[in-house]
Design a protein around this ligand. Structure first.
Ligand SMILES: Nc1ncnc2c1ncn2[C@@H]1O[C@H](COP(=O)(O)OP(=O)(O)OP(=O)(O)O)[C@@H](O)[C@H]1O
Length: 279
């Protein structure tokens, strides 16, 4: 099925964010930013440091008010934290409650959503099994490694069965081996649950490995500079995919676009040698 025939899950329409800075001046972080996410898409957002990735994600999640423009989830405008969206942040240590067991942490949003105890118990067990932590429900977050804590945060997000899952550099704070395992875990969960995911990362290799589509942000004021299709086979493997010649080409393509974004003033057109793919 092509994107044209798939349901639009998330619409970001002409989004603008202007920060009021302390000395009475303004800073336009995001400008007229527009894109759609379709049902079942896995898209990564990359861009230079300070390009507005976190700002954009917070506005999409309804955690920060945009200055203008709109975010629409399943046809409904987002004006605050939306029921159909879950977010996984980088700082797992601060997103889990240390005084609650793993089960209680994963079940908390379900309790807030008013689900029955039986339904909560079943969803929590399924989500913990999904992330390979079926035996860890009665433990406390501080008894787990960093990678395990991030798996608990992923389980909590998956348990609420969100329409769109937002992830803000979720693996930036874990070691390389754990990171590779978590990347494969997220792709497996994405496929098994036919989820729609928007994943922010500063790591170009990670974006190409994970996504079906990479959105490259310009420098501030940020717009979508490029929309690149990742035409790698669906089955990904840390060794085989990363040594595939096409992976190398796509990584070079995204890298060049991000380099261009670092030096470019918004609105300037790209040099011809960069305009062959995506855009
Ligand atoms: N509260 C704020 N007030 C003023 N400016 C801000 C505020 N928060 C962020 N900014 C500015 O907005 C721009 C975008 O910041 P943001 O943190 O969204 O970028 P980012 O792409 O996530 O950065 P990084 O890659 O370093 O994590 C930056 O120039 C930043 O300095």
């Amino acid at each position: 099925m092509t994107n044209a025939t798939k349901t639009v899950r998330l619409e970001v329409d002409q989004l603008q964010k202007i920060y009021q800075t302390g000395n009475g001046t303004e800073f336009e972080a995001v400008r007229s930013l527009t894109f759609d996410l379709h049902d079942g898409e896995f898209a990564c957002l990359v861009g230079p440091s300070g390009s507005g990735k976190t700002t954009l994600l917070k506005c999409i999640a309804g955690l920060m008010r945009a200055t203008s423009g709109r975010v629409v989830l399943d046809g409904q405008p987002v004006n605050g934290p939306a029921k159909g969206m879950a977010v996984v942040f980088q700082e797992y240590g601060r997103s889990l409650f240390p005084w609650m067991t793993v089960e209680a942490n994963v079940g908390l949003p379900l309790k807030s959503a008013g689900l029955s105890k039986a339904e909560r118990t079943s969803r929590v067990a399924d989500a913990l099994a999904d992330v390979g932590l079926a035996e860890a429900g009665s433990k406390y977050p501080w008894q787990l490694s960093g990678g395990m804590q991030q798996r608990v945060a992923i389980a909590r997000a998956v348990a609420s069965r969100p329409s769109v899952l937002l992830m803000d550099e979720p693996f930036a704070a874990v070691d390389a081996q754990t990171r590779a395992d978590l990347e494969d875990l997220v792709r497996r969960i994405w496929k098994e649950h036919n989820m729609t995911i928007l994943f922010v990362t500063h790591d170009i290799d990670e974006s190409v490995y994970l996504a079906e589509r990479v959105l490259v942000l310009s420098s501030s004021p940020t717009v979508i500079q490029n929309d690149i299709v990742i035409d790698l086979p669906q089955e990904r493997d840390q060794l085989l995919t990363r040594s595939d010649a096409r992976f190398g080409e796509l990584r070079a393509e995204v890298y060049e676009r991000v380099q261009f974004a670092k030096t470019n003033v918004t609105g300037q057109s790209e040099p011809a040698r960069l305009t062959g793919v995506g855009a």
